[in-house]
Write a protein that binds this ligand. Structure first.
Ligand SMILES: *[C@@H]1O[C@H](CO)[C@@H](O)[C@H](O)[C@H]1NC(C)=O
Ligand SMILES: *[C@@H]1O[C@H](CO)[C@@H](O)[C@H](O)[C@H]1NC(C)=O
Length: 368
């Protein structure tokens, strides 16, 4: 090679490196999104596990862009997908997906796993699920991988500027305390004491998230657990929401809000944002017609009373128009209901969002 050629080769080499840096770092400027929790927010991690808690076959995903089951517990998009849409990001890939590597890591990751709860003993019947402590370990592992990609400092920035969603608690009642009559936890604790215990464990989880660098954490309480078709089918005589599970949500949600407020005053203001999922759901459950649903009691996919017995499978009843059903399956909202829920997260007033809604957060964060 003569000198001219060598210089030209060097120049194009530099150019490629500069382009790579702009590409990688440029992507990191977009806001990453991390998701922790249970089936309400799982984007498909359980597909990679030996578990009975899965949504990887028809008719799950029937209204998803690919019309295929992805592991989301929805006919189409779920809550994290719609949040991603609203913040202008790609949907988060499940952390266990082999596709989650390279630049894709910079979009964030979804660590959620259907069946889990705040407690380690929640969801043991599902065998192999990613408990919350493991989800947090994966988050650490993720950070190491991103550091290797863009450097420790950039990675730290990406985490600090990210939006985080955590949805936990429902299974600690449905798939633990109330799973069977005289469950171990219900013999150990009266319901109010159980809730206090759950909140004390949840506190450790949220503090750990903070230690791991999360600075904007959307914490959702439980929906109206007694009003889901599964509970109507099992614990309600006349279609009224099941009283014991409603009592559980009524105790849990206000204490979770209190915890969020406490943490914000101890750690730093507005790190944790409390979303009142109970109210968001209750709006369309108590007045489905006002929201364009024909029913909020009967699941679109299922069998038995309210289509609330067992799981949604290829053999289940399936409604022709998922948009007019508030519940997709015996436990999970339809995509349209998820859109209504996310709308309250985005623009709801303090009845829904404390200390502020997501659009306000997005606005604040865009100015720093
Ligand atoms: C749950 O399990 C993890 C990992 O084994 C452990 O670190 C944690 O202390 C456990 N939590 C409770 C409440 O026992
Ligand atoms: C929520 O969002 C709306 C619309 O963006 C805004 O007008 C309102 O003030 C916000 N409320 C709170 C409590 O942040």
């Amino acid at each position: 090679m003569d000198d001219k050629k060598r210089i030209r080769a060097f120049d194009s080499c530099i150019l490629i490196i500069v382009c790579l840096i702009i590409f990688v770092v440029g992507e990191a400027e977009g806001r990453a999104f991390f998701v922790f929790g249970d089936s309400l927010v799982d984007n498909g991690n359980n597909n990679y596990l030996l578990t009975t808690a899965r949504a990887d076959s028809y008719p799950y995903g029937i209204d998803y862009p690919t019309h295929r089951a992805t592991g989301r517990f929805s006919n189409g998009l779920n809550i994290p997908d719609i949040i991603s849409e609203r913040i202008g990001s790609e949907p988060t890939l499940p952390y266990l997906s082999p596709q989650l590597n390279g630049e894709r890591l910079l979009v964030g990751a979804n660590f959620a796993s259907a069946g889990i709860g705040i407690l380690n003993d929640t969801g043991i019947q599902f065998i192999n699920i990613i408990r919350i402590s493991r989800q947090l370990q994966y988050f650490e592992q993720y950070q190491q991988r991103v550091s290797a990609l863009i450097g420790v400092e950039q990675a730290q920035r990406l985490i600090n500027q990210a939006l985080v969603l955590i949805t936990l608690g429902g299974n600690d009642f449905v798939n633990n305390y109330y799973l069977i009559p005289f469950s171990a936890r219900s013999r150990q604790f009266a319901l109010p004491d159980y809730v206090v215990y759950l909140i004390s464990e949840y506190r450790k989880i949220l503090v750990r998230l903070y230690e791991l660098g999360a600075r904007r954490v959307l914490v959702t309480g439980t929906g109206p657990l007694g009003c889901v078709p599964a509970e109507l089918a099992q614990h309600s005589r006349n279609g009224e929401c099941a009283a014991d599970l409603q009592r559980a949500s009524d105790l849990f949600n206000p204490q979770l809000l209190q915890l969020v407020n406490q943490l914000n005053s101890e750690i730093g203001s507005n790190i944790f944002i409390s979303a009142n999922a109970f109210q968001s759901n209750m709006d369309f459950i108590s007045n489905p017609q006002a929201y364009g649903f024909v029913t909020s009691k009967v699941a679109c996919c299922g069998q038995g009373p309210y289509n609330g017995i067992g799981l949604c499978t290829p053999a289940s009843n399936l409604c022709p128009n998922r948009d007019v059903y508030a519940f997709w399956d015996p436990f999970h909202p339809s995509e349209r209901a998820n859109r209504l829920i996310v709308e309250t997260f985005m623009i709801g007033d303090t009845k829904y969002m404390n200390p502020m809604n997501l659009s306000t957060i997005m606005h604040l964060d865009s100015m720093t």
